[in-house]
Design a protein around this ligand. Structure first.
Ligand SMILES: NS(O)(O)c1ccc(OCc2cn(-c3ccccc3)nn2)cc1
Ligand SMILES: [Zn+2]
Length: 259
């Protein structure tokens, strides 16, 4: 039985095949800003993003999300990171309704969706596959999505073509030069960071999480476009509520880059 988000194969069942699900650095978590420690080391060494345009970005439907695979050299460094991390892919998690969908929560509040930009430690490892299970292997940007009456222009290049990857294993190329930098919030200097894991199997405890305080704003129509994606072929269930609920922070330190 493959893992998913249903009653029989959802997050509560994953520990059977992936015992690390019961580990001490699992993600997501509930972010409680008052419990975060403001760390000036994070601001002394600002997070820097050097993303490049993707000539022909591949967008695919792997069945439980929608994912864009990155080929060009887009890298980040600084903040909590040692070395340079290279963008591998980005994808999203969303709800069946606006009241839920994000994986990280803010003071217990869920956002309608959360965007993940997945990077691997290119200074130490030669590929994502090599880095995926190393404690300093990955860095993932978590960006909250909130509803506004205007569509998000950067996401529009994707949401306008989601119908072409409606079914599992469909993929298309986004023709025009797409620079993923358009997906970041305006202010990337305000974030929380902690040591965590992949939020889906294999749940490797290999992620330095960087969750931005500023959400990006999307329209209700763009949310509807995500909710129209299907888990399988024509007639299969829509991809919705593909989020793992928060896990205990435990003994981990949540750090903030701002007061
Ligand atoms: N939701 S999340 O951003 O935390 C997130 C991010 C990346 C994920 O990768 C799944 C994956 C890929 N591979 C892999 C292994 C060997 C070679 C190639 C790929 N292993 N796990 C899962 C969740
Ligand atoms: Zn994710």
């Amino acid at each position: 039985a493959t893992w998913g988000y249903g009653n029989d194969n959802g997050p509560a069942t994953w520990v059977k095949s992936f015992p690390v699900a019961a580990g001490t650095r699992q993600s997501p978590i509930d972010i409680v800003p008052t419990a975060a420690k403001c760390d000036t080391k994070l601001t002394e060494n600002p997070l820097t993003v050097n993303y490049s345009p993707e000539p022909a970005m591949e967008l695919c439907n792997p069945g439980l999300s929608v994912k864009a695979n990155i080929k060009s050299k887009s890298v980040i460094k600084g903040g909590p990171l040692e070395g340079e991390y290279k963008l591998e892919q980005f994808h999203l998690h969303w709800g069946s309704a606006d009241k839920q969908g994000s994986e990280h929560t803010l003071n217990g509040k869920m956002f309608p969706a959360e965007l993940h930009l997945v990077h691997y430690n290119a200074t130490k490892y030669s590929s994502f596959g090599e880095a995926v299970d190393k404690p300093d292997g990955l860095a993932v940007f978590g960006i909250f999505l909130k509803i506004s009456d205007k569509p998000h222009q950067g996401l529009k290049s994707l949401t306008d073509v989601l119908s072409e990857v409606q079914y599992k294993d469909k993929s298309i190329n986004i023709k025009q030069e797409y620079n993923p930098v358009c997906l970041l919030p305006d202010n990337i200097n305000k974030y929380w960071t902690y040591l965590g894991s992949l939020t889906t199997p294999p749940l490797c405890e290999s992620v330095t999480w960087i969750v931005f305080e500023e959400p990006i704003e999307v329209s209700e129509d763009q949310m509807k476009a995500f909710r129209a994606l299907c888990c399988g072929e024509c007639g299969s269930a829509p991809i919705v509520d593909n989020y793992r609920p928060p896990l205990p922070l435990g003994n981990r330190q949540l750090r903030a880059s701002f007061q």
